[in-house]
Design a protein around this ligand. Sequence first.
Ligand code: UGA
Length: 458
Amino acid sequence: TIPHPLNIAVAGTGYVGLVSGVCMAHRGHHVTCVDVDVKKVTMMQQGISPIYEQDLEELMYLNKERITYTTDYKSAYKNAEAIFIGVGTPEQPDGSADLSYIATVARQIAETVEKDCLVVVKSTVPVGTNDKVEQFIKDFLPRDGENDILGKHKQIKIEVASNPEFLAQGTAVRDTLEAPRIIIGTNSKTAEETLKKIYEPFGLPIVSVSRRSAEMVKYASNDFLALKISYMNDIANLCELVGADIQDVSVGMGFDSRIGSKFLNAGIGYGGSCFPKDTKALEYLAKQNGYELRTVKAAIDVNKDQKIVLYKKARKRLITFNGLKVAVLGLAFKPGTDDLREAPSLENVPLLLEQGADVYAYDPVGVDNFKKRFPETMTESLGRHGKGSIRYVESPEEALEGANVCFIFTEWGEVKDVKPEEYVRLMRTPLVYDGRNIYCVEDMKKVGVEYYSIGRKQ
Ligand code: UGA
């Protein structure tokens, strides 16, 4: 038990919504998770997490007395003291964020709440969106005059605060329970107090700023990390040309606490649902305001090229992939998740198929999602994939058996466990392009693997 358990509703049960909801319940609050997807809600009611995330199901089980899952937003919002919005803000073709899900929830809140409540925007939203959410709510409040809550004769008061989320997929639960800081963005004392009550049992540092600053902290943080990675990828490409080793360089840099040792790993580019989307969204926001955000634009450009840097190298070496057996190890955008959004595999596999490769793909959890985009086929000339074919296998070894070339796109433990000599034993020609620098160059060379990685001497 905690001093101030609150009734909290959470809209959206994706990574942000579900993990936040479950963690708030774990810290003693009463939480109702709302989602429009009946299938997802039924799964959660049975204790099954609709997303693959370490520790999540265990916490769902441990706190089942304090969490309800429902599609009935009315029952959830009616008496909530705080409603967290954690619905998606997907990227639109012009790079801007699609706020339609947020608008829908705001409207539902306005039409439903029956007592004072705090609306907390957790989704990543462009600067100024919280103001819009407040306006949406105001626009959709019942017009009978009695509930003129944001006007002069208020009966109930709905305030809107920003509380961006910094969890990363794969470590979402730990990131939430042990966050380095909680950002609270509001210009209202009452809202600040409510949020402090919610986060008090977490025992984490709280930084209170204005609403617009809180919105910006989120974008500026993600884009900074994206910049950091793209910078390292840029330097890695130069290292190759001048005979330096990016891993040694990054170790050397990381000792300087002003730089920090994290997120200095060069590779085949950042993916996921956040960095690609948030870099483009901030660039778009800048453009809208008549400003060109040149640093972020550079990060986006570098990342685009980086994703196919190994493909290009391999193509030069092999001339064509036509009829070659290509082992692909790792499909997910990073280990610990089945998420494929903006994953380098999605750029490379179609190129390989177009070139006529027979792809044998392995991923410990991402296969089902990948199959939806690229159904298994081993027949030639399927127009949809050009000339090549794709088959999914159960182990890295199965993918490597008889392969002419191997690409590593995700640094899964299962892939790292493959010993250098296995490539020689299993592959027809031990030619490996490693986009995650998981092997020591010398170890690969010693056993006879022709090994190419990122930013290191071959
Ligand atoms: C990222 C941020 O790390 C979270 O703080 C943030 O809350 C989240 O976005 C979000 O906005 O929701 P996530 O996208 O889950 O989290 O994953 P990261 O671990 O940050 O990795 C992103 C990409 O960067 C991956 O493709 C990863 O392989 C790549 N990366 C990461 C590198 O290439 N090098 C590195 O050194 C680190």
